[in-house]
Design a protein around this ligand. Structure first.
Ligand code: PLP
Length: 386
């Protein structure tokens, strides 16, 4: 008999919501190109604009400042540009400062040649004093500084002090880009309250389809040189006919996400906390990374001494539990987690990440705790788990 699967890898990707699927099916029935002026085209356009409003509402932005892209990685590569336009003037950025725990989509630096890492503390929180020093030494003759910091880390879930970062960056006349991919839908996100200049988000982390993201600007004046040029779509910020079906799914998922956000995430956090308590009960030496910091409520990144991440991942998989060893984007090869390294932790055996979502049940977390206890006990008996 096949074992029932328990999906605990929502930070890698969230299962498609029924609401998103329905919106996508309806969008598939539309035949027009959103840029066409005839009735068919206008119907498609109206769906794109509806989705734009839904996505904007998720992060407290104006719909006119949302640019749809093919994924958050594309949004990052668009926004991380040394060349910007502000009205008719051209603005140059000399150095990109990125936190050491950024997702590779941002950490690779987009179109910048000079990328400097901002260290994080042992807690997994960005070192604000170090950022202040880096900005004080910023060579002004190279152009303005640009800083990219994520709101919630994809591995630890640790929430970053974005508004404090914004104050430092703006005092230097710089621009702040915030990767809100893991935060959107999992905590309130408001571009104004964060004081961010740009946000990037991705549909598939909130129950929308894979392969659609957005670059969201706070105002409409300052925009990067486009990465993809073409027929002037997205007000010239991203060429190419819009992926209508995916954009419709993104809009529906965003609307679902803001609806009852607080209560839904409270329920998820309660399950996660119960799960962590159960795991610790089964293995006192369990280390939960970023535990002392504020975290999004769905994520547990842990190390069990003596259990290698790859071995643990396979052991959980054999018991029917899907989780990941660190970030999933380069899945297949489990490398050293750059997040743990940045936190100054000896990541010798690596870490395992459990991430849950709205469909996770009490029975799921109870089962995961039982599997965890079994794996932990085996490890204690043999010194190394199965
Ligand atoms: N940023 C973070 C924090 C992520 O977790 C991910 C995906 O895992 C991305 C960016 C990239 O998103 P996408 O898959 O839409 O390119």
């Amino acid at each position: 008999m096949a074992i029932e699967r328990i999906y605990m890898d929502w930070n890698a990707t969230a299962p498609l919501l029924d609401e998103a699927r329905a919106a996508m099916m309806a969008a598939l029935m539309l035949s027009g190109n959103p840029s066409s002026v005839h009735s068919e085209g206008r119907s498609a356009r109206s769906l794109v604009e509806k989705s734009r409003r839904q996505v904007a509402a998720l992060v407290g932005a104006s719909a006119q400042n949302v640019v749809f892209t093919s994924c958050a990685t594309e949004a990052a590569n668009t926004v991380l540009s040394p060349r910007y336009k502000m009205g008719r003037s051209v603005l140059s950025f000399g150095t990109l400062y990125v936190s050491a725990i950024e997702h590779p989509a941002v950490r690779m630096g987009g179109r910048f040649e000079r990328v400097v890492e901002i260290p994080v503390l042992k807690t997994g929180i960005l070192d604000l004093a170090a950022l202040e020093m880096l900005l004080a030494d910023h060579p002004a003759e190279h152009g303005l500084p640009m800083v990219a910091v994520m709101l919630a880390n994809n591995e630890t879930g640790v929430i970053q002090p974005v508004a404090d970062v914004a104050a430092l960056v703006h005092a230097k006349g710089g621009v702040l880009v915030v990767d809100a991919v893991q935060a959107a839908g999992r905590m309130p996100v408001d571009i104004e309250a964060l004081d961010a200049d740009f946000l990037i988000i991705s549909a598939h982390k909130l129950g929308g389809p894979k392969g659609v993201g957005a670059l969201i600007a706070r105002g409409e004046m300052l925009m990067p040189e486009p990465l993809i040029r073409g027929g002037g779509q997205e007000k010239g910020h991203r060429g190419g006919t819009e992926n209508l079906c995916a954009i419709a799914g993104f809009g529906a998922a965003s609307e679902y996400a803001i609806n009852d956000l607080i209560n839904r995430n409270l329920r998820i956090r309660t399950l996660r906390d119960q799960m962590e308590a159960g795991m610790r009960n089964a293995a006192e030496d369990l280390v939960i990374h970023g535990e002392v910091a504020e975290r999004i409520g769905n994520t547990t990144f842990f190390t069990l001494p003596g259990l290698k991440a790859e071995t643990g991942q396979i052991a959980f998989d054999l018991e029917g539990v899907a989780l990941s060893a660190g970030a999933a984007c380069s899945s297949g090869k489990v490398g050293q987690s750059h997040v743990l390294t940045a936190m100054g932790l000896d990541a010798g055996v690596g870490g395992l990440r459990i991430s849950i979502g709205p469909a996770t049940t009490q029975a799921d977390v109870d089962a995961v705790v039982r599997v965890f206890a079994k794996i932990a006990a085996r490890r204690q008996h043999s010194g190394q788990a199965a």
